[in-house]
Write a protein that binds this ligand. Structure first.
Ligand code: ADP
Ligand code: MG
Ligand code: MG
Length: 942
């Protein structure tokens, strides 16, 4: 620890000077770094100091006593520094300095310690403050706030649950009743004195100790409480959700108090340099006169608007007349014009300086403005896009910077219907599941897919509620507004399919009890029947009671501009995974440059098709299969025509039949009977067949190209349908570019045999039609062996598409459908950081991908390579795909814009990293040269 002694642990700021600056967020936390920076650029900030995040880490290692011993001299010196600027003394009875203690991590973190204000007060100091300010009410109001905050935050008296009432609030409520008043501001000085007395009594009762009167004891207690809060349950949980490492620690900011509660010439507020909801370049915010700290957000009093225009807009919404507004709720612009002008200048200065929208806190003490915080403001997806594009237009950002400013995943908000914001606050939350597929849905509960179809046909809006879903539910899912399941994770069938459809889905809502027979859904003992209205928020996982109005997403012009800009910089193209003309069209509208995965199996579930499919599967021999395939051929051909047409002039990768056949056969008695009748065989025979097809491990069983290689006639029919469809369109002058993809290849021979079937079929069709088209034959790389022998596979395959869903499954050895049982435990124990089915595991699976690309291209340098797993729409995975040199990524239609932005960012980040490494390289070269010079000089000396 010798080293730590010389380390600087405390950084002061004040009087437009600071030891730290904005670049030191890691050490000083976001709040501390910005308080320092504001001083440096000449913004008025009350003086104070920041205890570094490193001290927090030490605290967790060595404990309280050791840490206090370590930093005490620096803290004492820093307090002296503040005393000097303020002209008062900490613990001075006549002229006491009061402080605030504020937490502040690198990233702003809800769940961390609440701020303690007015620290340093005790029975003597309060009298001096009263005398000095000539405002007894203010002094006692500050004191009762301090005892409450200290009791809640430092002494742990704040109840853990929001539902439980705070002991201090309870005392205040009693007091109000006794006095027959309603507002905090109505307390008299005598009332406030009485409150302090009762508060202290409550402290003694709960903690067994008197309320600490020694300011230093108060200060150390508060500082340590901030460190403790870093490890509290809420903070730990939040860090886990947001991948914030525990080692980061939080900083502590100690700052001289400024008082917004000194009367009519004082106040406090928050403001945004632009509109955080819409992104409009309009300064806005709220404030309260004669108030302190969090009163504005606490909702005790109605806050007033900062600008006159904002105030007028507010009055309209709140149904307040202009006369009442101007007299009772004037804007800061009207009430304190000089202060407003100063604030307006400062907000501009801060935004210009940080080159981003700022979220500000300020306090006015007796006619003087003080800034207490600035940070990059949180914003909606729409605001994010608008602000970035506006700042580009305004010349504040370069194109590359504007692109990097937008978080790809956040674009999602712009792509789905959303709840009306006021309606949703009034709704009752019934349950919470996983936010499986974003968007908002409201509809009547149905439990069966076919019921969903029937209800929708009759003009109802439905939410499909299932224990879990399967491919048979596809049509019902498609017509439903949203999908709710009791089981299954973020990559469950319901979740994946819903995201593909761009449909709202909440999955794995554990406390749902679904009774299919009785058609009821029980949540916490309350029964909901078929036809009852519920609403889902797929972005948060919340399930609401009743109907909530939704709004269509607004795709503003800026969004389109951002996408164009992204395409200007990205090297990879973005394709889509789509199985229908409608999805293809949606994706095309979102800028997809082709289809990277068209699954053919989904086409077999629609309407009567499943019967022909089942007939094919249940047939006893090739002849029987061919008979059924003949029925399927025109259907498939027509489907392909539809998709090729929607995607004309762009490539469409069609994957041949992939899933285990068992997924298609009838499992219910009634369907089995129907099939038996259709095929002229006995029900027993059907049952036997279904039984025979069952596999112990279907995902590793008879599927993928194993089907096409054991039943070549299936591949033959599909190849024919594809080629014929393309030729039919050619006749109409529409250009189709099919890329035929063989699934689940593991050996070169498997691939070659399939290639042969496809090419021979194509030649046959060309001969029949006396007409040709261009097409490719390639494969999905989704079995680890295929990645390992990719150089061999590329002898036959003209393109690779990494099927990273299966590749992840087989590399980890996790069954995707069963992983939900252990993955949550794995995150909790830190065994895994994220779901590898959502975020590509670059360390492991990524190696196979990289190797597959390299080896494939070693055989075939122009090999076209893409990805078609769920990862194709996940930003960090897209970046990885870029780094291994893929030609494209393919993702569900609603993720296309996200992937387009991520692909552009990948290029920009790569360039930046390259430039940086070049810089250090030349630096290293230079220092080597210097070293050489030094050596020569040394030699000369000798
Ligand atoms: P949070 O991170 O929750 O916003 P803050 O530390 O910013 O917590 O503080 C909470 C409230 O207390 C804010 O309204 C802030 O402006 C106010 N506050 C903090 N320090 C001071 C101070 N020195 N003087 C006056 N008000 C303060
Ligand atoms: Mg704050
Ligand atoms: Mg697969």
């Amino acid at each position: 620890m010798a080293k730590e002694k010389t380390r600087k642990s405390v950084y002061t700021f004040g009087n437009k000077k600071a030891e730290g600056d904005a670049s030191m967020k890691n050490l000083l936390g976001g709040k501390g770094a910005n308080l320092a920076e504001m001083n440096l650029i000449g913004v008025p900030v009350p003086p104070g100091f920041t205890i570094t995040t490193e001290v927090c880490t030490d605290y967790n290692k060595y404990g309280r006593e050791k840490v206090v011993e370590m930093i005490r001299p620096e803290v004492e010196a820093a307090v002296k520094y503040v005393e000097k600027i303020m002209g008062s003394g900490f613990g001075d009875k006549k002229n006491p300095l009061l402080l605030s203690v504020r937490s502040g991590a690198r990233a702003s973190m809800p769940g961390m310690m609440d701020t303690v204000l007015n620290l340093g007060l005790n029975d003597e100091a309060v009298e001096s403050i009263a005398k000095k300010s000539g405002n007894e009410r203010f002094a006692w109001d500050s004191y009762r706030r301090f005892v409450q905050m200290f009791g809640d935050v430092v002494l742990g008296m704040k109840p853990a649950s929001k539902e439980d009432i705070d002991p201090f609030e309870e005392i205040m409520e009693h007091m109000k009743e006794e006095k027959g008043i309603h507002l905090d501001t109505e307390f008299t000085v005598a009332d406030l004195k009485e409150l302090v007395k009762r508060f202290k009594k409550a402290v003694k009762k709960v903690t067994g100790h008197d309320f600490p009167t020694d300011p230093w004891e108060q200060l150390w207690g508060s500082v340590m409480a901030v460190f403790d809060s870093w490890m509290n349950e809420r903070a730990v949980y939040y860090r886990k959700l947001n991948n914030i490492p525990a080692e980061w620690g939080t900083a502590v900011n100690v700052q001289a108090m400024v008082f917004g509660n000194m009367g009519q010439n004082s106040g406090t507020g928050v403001a945004f340099t632009r509109d955080a909801a819409t992104g409009e370049d309009i300064f806005n915010g709220e404030y309260l006169i004669d108030a302190q700290g969090e009163d504005v957000v606490a909702g005790i009093r109605t806050p007033q608007q900062i600008t006159k225009e904002g105030s007028k807009r507010w009055a309209k919404l709140a149904n307040v007349s202009e006369k009442e507004r101007a007299s009772k709720y004037p804007s800061l612009e009207e009430a304190m014009p000089a202060i407003y002008k100063e604030l307006l200048d400062i907000q501009q200065k801060l935004e210009d300086h940080y080159r981003d929208m700022q979220d500000l806190e300020f306090t006015i003490q007796d006619g003087k403005l003080w800034m207490l915080q600035t940070r990059n403001g949180k914003r909606t997806g729409a605001a994010m896009v608008k602000i970035a594009m506006d700042m580009l237009k305004q010349g504040i950002l370069t194109e590359k910077e504007a692109l990097l400013r937008c978080e790809p995943a956040k674009l999602d908000e712009l792509l789905h219907p959303v709840f009306d914001p006021t309606a949703v606050t009034k709704a009752k939350v019934l349950a919470k599941g996983l936010p499986a597929s974003p968007g908002a849905a409201t509809g009547q509960v149905v439990f069966h897919a076919d019921e969903a179809e029937k209800w929708v046909e009759k003009g109802h809006k439905v939410v499909l509620v299932r224990i879990e879903t399967s491919p048979e539910d596809l049509k019902g899912m498609n017509v439903a507004e949203g999908i709710l399941t009791a089981r299954g994770g973020m990559t469950s069938h319901a979740a994946v399919v819903a995201r593909g459809m761009g449909k709202c889905c909440v999955s794995g809502a554990g406390n749902l009890k679904i009774d299919y027979k009785a058609r009821t859904l029980t949540i916490d003992g309350v029964k909901h029947k078929e036809g009852d209205w519920i609403s889902l928020n797929g972005s948060t996982g919340e399930v609401y009671d009743g109907k909530i109005e939704t709004r269509d997403p607004e795709l503003s012009g800026d969004f389109g501009k951002l996408m164009k800009l992204a395409d200007k910089y990205s090297r990879m193209l973005v394709r889509t995974n789509a199985d229908t003309p409608r999805d293809s069209q949606v994706a095309r509208n979102f800028g997809a440059k082709g289809i990277g995965l068209c699954r053919t199996e989904h086409m077999f579930f629609e309407g009567d098709r499943i019967k022909a499919m089942r007939e094919m599967i249940l047939a006893n021999d090739e002849e029987g299969r061919r008979k059924a395939l003949k029925k399927l051929l025109p259907i498939q051909r027509a489907d392909f025509e539809g998709i090729f047409e929607a995607m004309q002039d762009l490539p469409v990768t069609v994957r041949l039949l992939d899933p285990p056949l068992h997924e298609f056969v009838p499992h219910e008695e009634a369907n089995q009977k129907e099939m038996a009748k259709e095929m002229g065989i006995s029900v027993e025979e059907v049952k036997q067949k279904v039984h025979d097809l069952a596999e112990f491990n279907p995902m590793l069983g008879h599927r993928g190209c194993r089907l096409g290689n054991t039943y070549p006639e299936i591949s033959e029919m599909q190849a024919r349908a594809i080629i014929e469809a393309a030729l039919n369109l050619k006749k109409k002058g529409i250009k189709a570019i099919p890329e035929i993809m063989i699934p689940l290849t593991g050996t070169l021979e498997e691939m070659k045999l399939q290639e042969k079937i496809v090419r021979e079929t194509a030649e046959k069709v060309f001969a029949e039609r006396k007409e040709k088209i261009d097409y490719l034959v390639g494969t999905m790389i989704e079995i680890p062996r295929a990645a390992l022998i990719a150089d061999r596979i590329a002898e036959s395959a003209e393109f690779f598409s990494f099927g990273t869903n299966d590749l992840t499954q087989m590399t980890f050895g996790y069954s995707r459908d069963d992983a939900g049982k252990f993955l949550p435990v794995y995150y909790e124990k830190g065994i895994l950081k994220h779901d590898p089915f959502q975020i590509l595991d670059q360390e492991g699976v990524g190696q196979l991908v990289r190797m597959g690309v390299e080896r494939g291209r070693s055989t075939r340098p122009n090999l076209k390579v893409g990805i078609c797993g769920e990862h194709g729409g996940e930003p960090s995975s897209v970046e990885f795909c870029h780094s291994v040199g893929m030609n494209y990524v393919s993702c569900s239609p609603y993720r296309v814009p996200i992937a387009r932005l991520a692909a552009a960012q990948a290029v920009i980040k790569e360039e930046a990293a390259l430039a940086k490494s070049k810089k250090t390289e030349t630096k290293a070269k230079k220092s080597k040269k210097d070293e050489g010079k030094g050596k020569k000089a040394a030699k000369k000396k000798k």
